[in-house]
Ligand binder design. Structure first.
Ligand code: F6P
Length: 489
């Protein structure tokens, strides 16, 4: 375990979101994989966490703290400091609902059908200038303020919401160690050329203001090193995995994030998960295929249903014996592409169900809600876990679910999910666009002898236990401490 140190963690979504219930202020766990993973940093280090005020109550909390950081206690009793950045509503809408998600997220997961989209009109340029830039500035101001309180602290930025903030901090304070972890894929250099020159330059320049930039896999790192060279003329050193830029050397790391196995061991035994498991067990068919995702176009849910349809078409002997349970967490519903995607999911599952359902059997059990205990109950009970993302930075479901599975379940895993680089040998790999191949993988998985299933599952489990979240965090901090080398090139 790395020694205790002072860290300023910066992410759009914070570790808690406040709400008011029956007149009382309550703190809810912030959602999403990133926040869950980073929460354990708080346990072992002196952390000040800077995040956007998301709720009305967050704003009230921020105001009571006079806009400064304040002491907070995590559920396990560890102390940390939290600071909310309060944004102008309109600027935040442009930042989150125009630039970060439908633009950067779509670029980084290759989600555009380029013959028709995007059409980068005044709206994007305006949202960039009046939303993304000022929100990043506000984050940078908060970081600088915290650095002035504690100049020795290192800053750890996260994700695609904050590409410009490191540059703004560096301009104000040249000394501090800055690191940035990008939790989503980094696409190939040509795809960046969809964005206007000044925007793609600012993104690369902002990231290169850090001392370390991290990705989950060598594939995303390679793409970044190439695009940094093409877009801003940085000089990659492929032997050292670093980049020379403006007289500085930036380390580019590839280290897949992981989970805390003990957290999942506990969750699996919790009352909420056991209760969800009892509901789940009622009327369980012989075989269950599970998927757990946000309703995000990158997750490839519609093609997953289509693959199941092809499987059912080819295997009438499995009718009434197998169900696909799709537990989907509604996500980013203020963005039209996401709202439309839920429509596509509903239509496709209805179509497949209309075609095959009979005598009380409905092949796709689609549940769109945010229910983590139910997801963990499904993790315990799957025969097949389907992760067929179009592209995915890592995919934590592929690590979480095997840890607690009790049925020697088989993982079907997209070759474009970052987790594939670690777990691919023990999963059934699929091309996310090849629905016929996915149908075949479903058949192979459901037909696989028990002994082989067990060997594969055990191998995934031991890998995840050995390469756990603690190891990832230690690796990040070591990279941050690495001595800067002189720039070559
Ligand atoms: O890294 C991707 C990510 O930021 C994850 O933390 C999380 O799973 C998801 O996206 C959450 O997105 P949002 O904050 O938009 O709900």
């Amino acid at each position: 375990m790395a020694e205790r140190r002072r860290l300023i963690v910066v992410s759009n979504r914070g570790p808690v979101a406040y709400a008011r219930e029956r007149g009382e202020r309550i703190a809810r766990r912030g959602g999403g994989g990133l926040v869950t993973a980073l929460r354990s940093l708080v346990l072992h280090h002196d952390v000040t966490w800077i995040a956007s005020a998301m709720t009305f109550e967050d704003r009230a909390v921020a105001e009571e703290a006079g806009g400064e950081s304040f002491a907070e206690t995590a559920r396990d009793g560890s102390e940390y400091r939290l600071r909310f950045v309060v944004h102008d509503d309109q600027a935040y809408d442009w930042f989150y609902n125009v630039v970060a998600n439908p633009t950067l997220w779509f670029i980084q997961h290759y989600l555009w059908d380029l013959k028709t989209a995007p059409s980068l009109d005044h709206g994007l340029h305006h949202a960039w200038a009046e939303g993304y830039v000022p929100v990043n500035h506000a984050f940078a101001d908060a970081v600088v303020d915290e650095l002035d309180r504690d100049p020795g602290a290192a800053v750890f930025f996260h994700d695609y919401h904050l590409y410009l903030a490191p540059r703004f901090v560096r301009e104000a304070r040249p000394e501090p160690r800055l690191a940035h972890f990008v939790h989503i894929p980094w696409p190939q250099t040509d795809y960046w050329h969809v964005l206007p020159l000044e925007i793609r330059r600012a993104i690369h320049d902002g990231l290169l203001a850090n001392d370390v930039v991290g990705f989950h896999t060598p594939r995303w790192r390679r793409n970044f090193m190439r695009s940094a060279e093409d877009v801003v003329g940085a000089v990659p050193d492929w032997a050292r995995d670093d980049i020379g830029y403006e007289g500085r050397r930036i380390g580019i790391t590839a280290a897949p994030i992981s989970v805390d196995p003990s957290e999942f061991d506990e969750l699996a035994r919790s009352d909420a998960v056991l209760a969800a498991g009892r509901v789940h067990a009622r009327g369980r068919p012989e075989k269950v295929i599970v998927r757990v995702d946000r309703t995000d176009p990158s997750k490839n849910i519609v093609r997953g249903f289509r693959a199941f349809e092809l499987y059912l078409e080819a295997h009438p002997e499995m009718h009434r014996r197998v169900v696909m349970l799709a537990l989907l967490d509604p996500s980013r519903q203020d963005i039209p592409e996401y709202a439309e995607y839920i429509g596509a999911i509903l239509r496709e599952s209805r179509r497949v169900n209309d075609r095959f359902q009979q005598g009380g059997w409905t092949p796709i059990d689609l549940q769109i809600n945010d229910d983590f205990p139910q997801a963990v109950a499904a993790y315990k009970d799957y025969d097949v876990l389907l992760v067929n993302a179009i592209f995915d930075g890592l995919n934590l479901v592929a690590k979480e679910a095997p840890l607690v599975n009790e049925r020697d379940g088989v993982l079907i895993l997209s070759e474009n999910a970052g987790a594939h680089e670690e777990l691919g040998d023990w999963a059934l790999s699929v091309n996310p666009f090849d629905v016929a191949g996915q149908a075949e993988a479903i058949h192979r998985a459901l037909d696989m002898p028990a002994a082989e299933r067990r060997v594969r599952l055990e191998a995934i489990r031991s890998w995840v236990r050995e390469h756990d979240l603690g190891a990832w965090i230690d690796g990040q901090l070591e990279a941050l401490d690495a001595e800067p080398l002189p720039v070559r090139g």
